[in-house]
Design a protein around this ligand. Structure first.
Ligand SMILES: *[C@@H]1O[C@H](CO)[C@@H](O)[C@H](O)[C@H]1NC(C)=O
Ligand SMILES: *[C@@H]1O[C@H](CO)[C@@H](O)[C@H](O)[C@H]1NC(C)=O
Ligand SMILES: *[C@@H]1O[C@H](CO)[C@@H](O)[C@H](O)[C@H]1NC(C)=O
Length: 165
């Protein structure tokens, strides 16, 4: 299941050193439960995945180390073929946010990823290797997952800011 794998390509571009206060205006009510610095993009009440918590270990990832991510939640509906994650990374330069990386990930494509993924409790774990060489900067990260149904229902949408260097 690739929902969490979305962090990996980000790391491949040059990985997280520390995760700090978001650049984007955020509402504490949208803070994702658990030991992390993620925010929901909007009221998550109707997201297909009801996230009960996401834990980062360590909470502030370091160069050359492994970031362990554990996500727990409840799928309100099955995840069906066509589900996609859009990962967008923007670099802050002055007051501007410049897009530097974008990737679309097919959630159901890949050897271990059988869809539909049935509704109910789900736990996803992912170890992400953080390379030693990282371009310095402050990056706004958006992870937007939509289900493969006709309405392209919002599966999950998260924002965070990563500071490299
Ligand atoms: C999400 O799941 C938890 C645990 O079952 C539940 O308490 C909570 O009400 C659910 N949230 C929503 C918005 O459905
Ligand atoms: C969630 O869905 C219900 C039923 O469609 C709707 O009434 C409600 O406004 C939605 N909530 C949000 C936050 O979108
Ligand atoms: C968050 O995780 C770090 C290590 O991953 C741990 O040291 C810290 O105590 C945790 N904080 C909370 C509030 O659980």
């Amino acid at each position: 299941m690739k929902l969490i794998t979305v962090l990996a390509p980000l790391i491949a571009t040059g990985a997280a050193l520390s995760i700090q206060t978001p650049l984007l205006a955020v509402d504490d009510k949208l803070a994702v439960p658990g030991n992390n610095t993620l925010y929901f993009c909007s009221d998550p009440s109707n997201y297909t995945l009801n996230v009960t918590r996401i834990d980062f270990d360590p909470r502030s990832p370091k160069k050359g180390e492994t970031l362990h991510v554990e996500t727990q939640g409840i799928l309100r509906h099955p995840i069906v073929d066509g589900a996609k994650v859009q990962l967008t990374v923007k670099l802050q330069i002055g007051s501007a946010l410049i897009p530097v990386y974008h990737q679309t990930i097919d959630v159901c494509e890949g050897e271990d990823d059988e869809c539909p993924i049935k509704k109910g409790s789900i736990t996803l774990t992912k170890d992400v290797e953080l390379p030693g060489a990282i371009p310095n900067g402050k990056y706004a990260v958006n992870i937007d997952a939509k289900n493969g149904d006709d309405e392209e229902s919002e599966l999950l949408c998260l924002n965070t800011v990563l500071t490299f260097g």
